[in-house]
Structure formats: C-alpha cells, structure tokens
Design a protein around this ligand. Structure first.
Ligand code: FAD
Length: 558
C-alpha cells in the first residue's frame, strides 16, 4: 500500500503517549537482535537512508543502524542544493554533469514541494579566468545537457544586477548570468529522515546511536555483526546475509574493522557554511567566485542566509569550523556585498561543517596540488566485495540512483524481493494532496498560521509530512492550540513536536533541533536557551527526562 496513505492520527497534547518515542527505538533495538535480515545497512546518512527505503519498499528484510543520529554526519552539512554541478563543466566531466542534471530533474519531479527550482545569480568578477561570452555559452550548454528542464539562462548587465540584487557590489564585476537549479527547501537532514521514515513504514528495523564494530561470517554465509547501543552501552548482535557499508567518510575505517579490502578509498574535503541574518529578501542563490576561483554561495535558509562553502583537504572526519574557516567565509562575502557594516563572527547564528567523502582509486595516490584537489570528481562508486557493498563518494542530488543501484546489486547477490517494481520514493499522488488541502481549507487552517510565518501552515505541513499531515489536521481539530508556535522564529507548531516525539526516533534534543527540524540553524543557541516554549517542547519529546536532555544540549562538548 502507498505509505503516505497510512497516515495515523497524530496524538493531541494531552492524550499523547509521551514515552512513545522510547518505545519506537526500544522495539527496534529488540528486533535488531532477534531477526535475521537480508541486508544490514551501516550508516543512516543519505546513502544509507535511500538504500533502506529502496530495499524495504520492495519487501527486502532490512536493518539500518547509525552510530550517531540519522544524518548526523556529512548529510547535515551540505549546501542543500540539488544541482547538476555546473562547475564540473570546467573539468569537462560532461557525463557526470548529464547524470547529475538528470538526477536533479528526477528529484524535482518526485518532490515538487521539497526540491524547489531556484535561480543562481552568478556574478562575473573583472579579470576572471573565463570570458563572459564563454560563461554564457557554458550556462546554455548546462541547460541543454540538463534536458532544458529548468528556466533558460539569463544574461545580466551590472545595471540589471544593481536593480535586482542591490546588495551585490558591482564595482569589481562585469555583469553575470542567472541559471537555474534546485534546492532542498527544508533541510538536508530532514530530507534524509523522510527516507528513514519511509523505510520504517515499509517494515525496516532501524535504530540510531547503534555502532557496528566488528563482523564475522558463519559457515552458512550469514554475517554476525557486533554492535553497541551508544546510549545504554549494551551490546547487540545483528545477523544479515548482505552488508551495505554506507558510512560515508567513515567507510574506510569501517571496512578496515570488518576486514574488507576495496579498490577505492575516500579522500576528505572539509566544507564550512555560516548562517547569518537574512541578507537579501530575494529567493535566489547569489553565486560568486571566491578568492581562490571556486564557486561560493549565499543560499536562502528560511528566515536566514547561509554562506559558503570552503573546500579544504582534511585528514580527519570529525572536524569543527576553525577561526581561519570563519575568516575565509566572512572575508569572501564581505568583499562582494554592499553592506554598511561588514559581517563579523558576532553575526554568526549557526555553523554547518562536514567533510565530503570523495571516491578515488587506491593506486591513484594522494592529490598533489590544490587545483587537483578542488577538481576531484564528486561521482559515486558502489564496490562489491563478496556480500559487502561499499558506497563511496556521491551527492545528495544523486540519491535516487544510489537507491536503485544498491537494490540491483542486492538482487544480483541472490536476495529475491517480493515486490521488485514497488515505488519507493516521491511525494504522495495529487489525489492525496488535494484531499489534504480540502480538509485544511474546510477547517480554515491557513487562518491559524502563526504571525511572522514565511508561508501558510498547510503548505508547510504538506511539504514536511506528505500524507502524514492529514493526521496533524486531526490533532489540530481536536485542540486548536496544536497549531500554535512553541518556539518563536522556529516555524514549528505544537502538533509537529508531538509527531516528532512519536514517530521520529528523537533521542537527544539536538536530533530534533538540528536534524528533524532546522530550528538550531535559524535560531541562535543563546535565544533558544531563553525561548519560552523550549521546556514544553522538551517535555513533549522526553517526558520526565526533559530537564536532563535540556542540560545535555546546552552543556558545551569537550
Ligand atoms: C560542505 C558540503 C556541501 C555539500 N553540498 C552538497 C549539495 O549542495 N548537494 C549535494 O547533492 N551534495 C552536497 N554535498 C555532498 C553530500 O552532502 C554528501 O555526499 C552526502 O551527504 C554523503 O552522504 P553519506 O550517506 O555517504 O555519508 P554521511 O551522511 O556521512 O553518513 C554516514 C553515516 O555513517 C554513520 N556511521 C559511521 N560509522 C558507523 C558505524 N561503525 N556503524 C554505524 N554507523 C556508522 C555516521 O554516523 C553517519 O551518519 C556536500 C557535502 C559537503 C561536506
């Protein structure tokens, strides 16, 4: 059955079982050690999440574990773009661009309310390495390679830039070009979660904060995976016929632990974004060339602007933004904007930092010059060693292809799915959306939209929850206070938090504030600490543990 039609009514404030979220994870922890799975997926970033959804929808028995929270690593640190990679035209990776454009088009068609078309307003600096005409030709080539799917590119004079985007300093510019791609309206991590939720609805067994440390294979070919619940410290044994290593930048370490030899490995590239106040009301990605010649973006993020990114080699997976990273991002943006007072560290509301796992062949060695580094390919590779698949590299944009490829390989390994043709991604059909909108309009939902919201409540609930949003309407009908904002500026209403408590495996406050929602990206920690509704939100999420979870969140990590 179509998963989005199985919308359970959300619980209302007073009737909600406040411990349901513990039940969800606990139940899955027990099942993890009791069943023998066809496939166990390690890592719940985008690649693990799509693999789980693609396999579970087809009836494959799937386990999915992540050593931290789902999307807690690279998949929460992206630029939120679904894009064809125009910059790879420079390295003549036409085939990669064609594939990424097709992947972008497919995502946009499957998720029309989440993956939104957006203009990239690219400014050409004086003395740039490519002539304006060449860039103009390049954007048209990009448009053709992308199947003419987006709006066509537009040439910009300095005068037009000044009229349309007065914040851009045109002194050092020689016009520009607007071309079109797409972006994830809510957040990359939320996008990932929706695949995990889909996999759960199709019967997958999943748990966050479960780390796999070792594996052995018995005579019948079944893997015995030794795992640890990182919350309770308990050991768990998971049994599966096939293992998918979707640990992103950790994949090489995990393969070493599992004793798996591969031809590929990862090189890591660190990327930092800074979130600041909204710098321009326009819904475009302002696109500049940074001092080192790389593309550099100002991306809309709800009521804020996200600036970045850096692209520097990293030896380690766990990284934090350094003062140099912040300086680099702020310097690059201050040089290109007309703002009276330049942005400083004090203007930073939140930071996003992660490492890109870049797939390279082991015998190709380390990249030497910086230019080689920036030009390393962003393609993905799935390598199969016996019954272990490792997913190397890739982009969120390409996630549907990863899901399909993993499914095809698992089939080749002898796992026969009962529903090979089942659809595993995409928003519910228009008939479900129309029914949601009809019910929302009958109860005058949009009149309840909290003041200062950037869009109507019905639009937002539909985008975030698809068919599950029908259950939220039921909750608001029961008690209109469920349509109230709990935390100012956060754009999350009470019934959404109750839904998260029940259905979204929130273990720590950060899971909700940073990944199920993007509250921690748009409201600074200082403001959050004093936010009136935060305690109530915590009680809904954690019941008696609310105080401890609040403290855990605000205690600086050492
Ligand atoms: C700065 C930046 C900007 C980017 N921008 C874009 C963009 O705009 N568009 C785009 O398409 N792509 C973008 N990307 C690329 C994209 O974000 C990544 O390719 C993608 O998120 C990688 O996902 P993943 O699932 O492979 O890895 P991850 O998201 O890192 O997931 C791996 C998971 O494995 C878990 N794990 C590790 N070890 C274990 C273990 N032993 N047991 C269990 N679990 C384990 C980790 O906890 C982690 O959650 C960007 C990347 C960066 C860094």
């Amino acid at each position: 059955m179509w998963r989005h039609l199985r919308a359970e009514p959300a619980c209302s404030g007073r009737t909600c079982d406040r411990y349901a979220k513990m039940k969800l994870r606990e139940t899955h922890l027990v099942r993890l050690s009791q069943e023998v799975f066809d496939v166990c997926i390690l890592g719940g970033g985008i690649n693990g999440a799509v693999s789980a959804a693609s396999l579970a929808a087809r009836g494959v028995r799937v386990a999915l574990v992540d050593k931290g929270d789902f999307a807690g690593a690279t998949s929460q640190a992206s630029s939120n773009l679904a894009w064809g990679g125009i910059k790879y035209l420079e390295t003549f990776e036409l085939e990669l661009v064609r594939k990424l454009c097709r992947a972008r088009n497919r995502l946009s068609l499957a998720y029309p309310s989440t993956v939104e078309p957006i203009g990239f307003y690219m400014v050409r600096p004086k003395g740039f390495r490519h002539a304006r005409f060449l860039m103009w030709v390049g954007t048209w080539l990009y448009w053709f390679v992308g199947g003419c799917f987006t709006k066509a590119p537009r040439l910009l004079s300095n005068k037009r830039i000044e009229q349309e985007e007065p914040i851009i300093d045109t002194e050092c510019a020689t016009g520009g070009i607007e071309y079109f791609d797409a972006f994830l309206h809510d957040n990359d991590a939320r996008f990932v979660w929706n695949f995990v939720r889909g996999a759960l609805d199709w019967g997958a067994v999943a748990a966050n904060y479960v780390e796999v440390t070792r594996a052995a294979r018995d005579a019948s070919g079944v893997f015995h995976l030794a795992a640890r619940d990182n919350i309770s410290g308990r050991d768990i044994d998971v049994h599966a016929r096939v293992v998918v290593n979707a640990c992103g930048p950790f994949a090489d370490v995990v393969n070493a632990q599992l004793g798996i030899e591969t031809k590929h490995k990862h090189l890591l590239s660190k990327g930092v974004h800074l979130v600041v106040r909204q710098l321009t009301p326009s819904r475009r990605v302002l696109t500049f060339f940074a001092d080192d010649g790389r593309l550099f973006f100002m991306i809309p993020m709800g009521p804020r602007t996200c600036i970045g990114t850096t692209d520097t080699p990293s030896e380690t997976v766990e990284t934090e933004p350094t003062p140099e990273d912040r300086h680099l991002v702020l310097r690059n943006i201050n040089l290109r904007l007309k703002i009276q007072v330049p942005l400083t560290e004090r203007d930073i509301i939140a930071e996003r930092c992660g490492v890109r796992p870049l797939a390279v062949l082991k015998d190709k060695g380390q990249p030497g010059a910086v230019a080689d580094w920036a030009h390393l390919s962003r393609r993905h590779v799935i390598e199969c060693t016996g019954n272990v698949l490792t997913i190397f590299g890739g982009k969120i944009t390409d996630c549907l292809n990863v899901g399909e490829e993993v499914f095809a390989i698992v089939q080749r390994l002898g796992i026969a799915p009962p529903f090979p043709e089942a659809r595993w991604y995409g928003e519910p059909p228009p008939s479900v959306r129309d029914e949601f909108l009809r019910q929302a309009s009958l109860m005058k939902l949009d009149a309840m939209t909290p003041k200062a919201s950037s869009e109507s409540l019905s639009k937002r609930l539909w985008r975030r929850y698809g068919g599950e949003a029908i259950g939220l309407l039921e909750s608001i009908r029961e008690d209109p206070r469920n349509a109230e904002l709990l935390i100012e500026n956060a754009e999350y209403v009470r019934c959404e938090i109750e839904q998260a408590a029940r259905r979204e495996m929130v273990v720590k406050l950060e899971d909700f504030l940073r990944r199920r929602s993007k509250i921690a990206m748009v409201v600074s920690k200082e403001i959050l600490r004093n936010a009136e509704g935060l305690e109530e939100a915590c009680e809904i999420l954690f019941g008696e543990e609310a105080k401890a979870k609040l403290e855990e969140y605000f205690t600086p990590k050492v």
